[in-house]
Design a protein around this ligand. Structure first.
Ligand SMILES: NC(=O)c1ccc[n+]([C@@H]2O[C@H](COP(=O)([O-])OP(=O)(O)OC[C@H]3O[C@@H](n4cnc5c(N)ncnc54)[C@H](OP(=O)(O)O)[C@@H]3O)[C@@H](O)[C@H]2O)c1
Length: 285
């Protein structure tokens, strides 16, 4: 048996190491004046990110499809302290759209935040291959095109490429077939790109953000009565993403315990799947 003194000492060292690695190194000044291009900024987590960036004094280009909503977000951003805000309407289901917002970046770019998603049903797979193709364009290919257009500008500023993904892009879950596929694709593409940037000694950081269920209107509406889990606040998720990008983290997990889940992902796959399925209501999907 381990003497209590030694056990306490070991526990203290582990707690100390965890506190060191998980300490908050975020410096809000690093965002003041930063030039940010933020997609999916008209609602949800993107809208909340726009407000946080504004409070930190960033210069922001917002993009989404709905101009009336973007106009309102822009006005609030200016009230909150953004140095400069523009918005541009772009529908990312069109292969030509991703270049549009990048053309606005005459003054340069420090943070590219890829966050938008196309609408997708939360239900059993119904064989709609065309929808999957469309969703791949919106959730994945447009991210690749935006990142490619912005990379030379980010390389100049030694900037950050922030990609918003989901737990379903690390561990597959029911009712999210096409969505999950687009998020796994993001991990594959951007993790491979991270290698290549490092090999080319390009100082552009890629931060992949893994989010759990967040209380945005869209997510709550879709999952109501279909999942047994509670949602986390969008404003907190938004701040976690911004901090991760600003501190040049490889990955951000929000809530934090998703990181443990992802580490244990492949240990007991059959039991894992049974546990995951127990959180979903099969009869209402
Ligand atoms: N909420 C969650 O539970 C949750 C969980 C895990 C990960 N996430 C991730 O977090 C990010 C934001 O999610 P959210 O819940 O905030 O979503 P949301 O509220 O539905 O917002 C989606 C944003 O994307 C824009 N958009 C939709 N279709 C578009 C298109 N075709 N072209 C351009 N923009 C388009 C929307 O604006 P318009 O309609 O005006 O275009 C809106 O600004 C996503 O990457 C999502 O995968 C969310």
């Amino acid at each position: 048996m381990i003497p209590p003194g030694k056990a306490l000492c070991a526990a203290g060292i582990i707690v100390g190491l965890l506190a060191f690695f998980w300490r908050d190194t975020f410096n809000p000044d690093s965002i003041s004046g930063a030039r940010v291009l933020l997609t999916g900024a008209s609602t949800g987590i993107g809208e909340q990110m726009a407000y946080h960036y504004s409070r930190f004094g960033a210069e922001i280009v917002l993009t989404a499809r709905r101009g009336t909503l973007l106009q309102k977000v822009m006005e609030k951003c200016l009230q909150l302290g953004a140095k400069q805000v523009f918005y541009i309407q772009a529908d990312m289901s069109s292969p030509q759209a991703p270049e549009k917002p990048v053309l606005l970046l005459i003054g340069g770019l420090d943070h590219l935040v890829l966050n938008h998603i196309g609408g997708t049903p939360f239900r059993m797979w119904d064989g709609d291959v065309e929808h999957t193709r469309w969703l791949m364009q919106v959730n994945f290919l447009s991210y690749v095109a935006l990142a490619s257009a912005a990379l030379p500008i980010l390389a100049e500023s030694k900037g950050s490429l922030i990609v918003v993904s989901s737990l379903t892009g690390k561990i597959s879950t029911p009712f999210t077939t096409s969505y999950s596929a687009t998020k796994f694709a993001l991990d594959g593409f951007f993790s491979s790109l991270r290698h290549e940037l490092a090999m080319q000694k390009q100082d552009v950081c890629i931060t992949l953000c893994i989010l759990g269920l967040i209380d945005t209107e869209m997510a709550l509406e879709k999952t109501r009565g279909k999942v047994y889990m509670s949602a986390y606040p969008a404003a907190e998720a938004a701040l976690a993403i911004i901090k991760g990008g600003a501190t040049r983290a490889r990955e951000v997990f929000y809530p934090w315990w998703l990181e443990l889940l992802c580490c244990l992902r492949d240990w007991f796959p059959n039991q894992r799947d049974v546990v995951i399925q127990s959180f979903y209501n099969y009869t209402s999907a």
